[in-house]
Write a protein that binds this ligand. Sequence first.
Ligand code: PNS
Length: 162
Amino acid sequence: MKKIAIYPGSFDPVTNGHLDIIHRGKHLFDQIIVAVSKNAQKSPYFSLEERLAFLRTALKGHSGISVESFSGLLTDYVKDSGAAAVLRGLRAVSDFEYEFQMALMNRRQNARFETVFLMPDERYTYLSSSLIREISRLGGNVHGLVPNAVELALKKRALTTR
Ligand code: PNS
């Protein structure tokens, strides 16, 4: 039986840290479903369609990795997809409290899957989508931290909103 893992998140936008976790996860699971939350944030910086497109472009040609969106409870989505695990990245101790809380609440809702934490490459431990948005909005350089298409879109957005 195929071992499937769900990698959920807002991905607003996807960073190279997220991609690093996905590729690490692929070494452990037969299939990774990257699940973009429709309702994680009321007004995301990028639309759902844009966030999906960035991920699909960045992951094109990689077998066993698909990109979908989901709404409602993550645990319901995991149940419907038949996944054995939820994948999350842990960058630093500061991530732990929130991740621990989510993992245990999810387990309480549906105990049939495990949350698996992976550490990204050290180059990405300080990286977050919110920091990327802020740096870019204020004219900073995010080269090498996000996929090219994201860098371009961030630049365009920064120019139109300044
Ligand atoms: O990238 P993020 O914003 O840290 O991802 C958070 C996400 C989308 C994984 C989380 O908010 C989530 O699972 N949302 C779906 C709704 C849900 O199940 N909430 C209860 C979480 S215990």
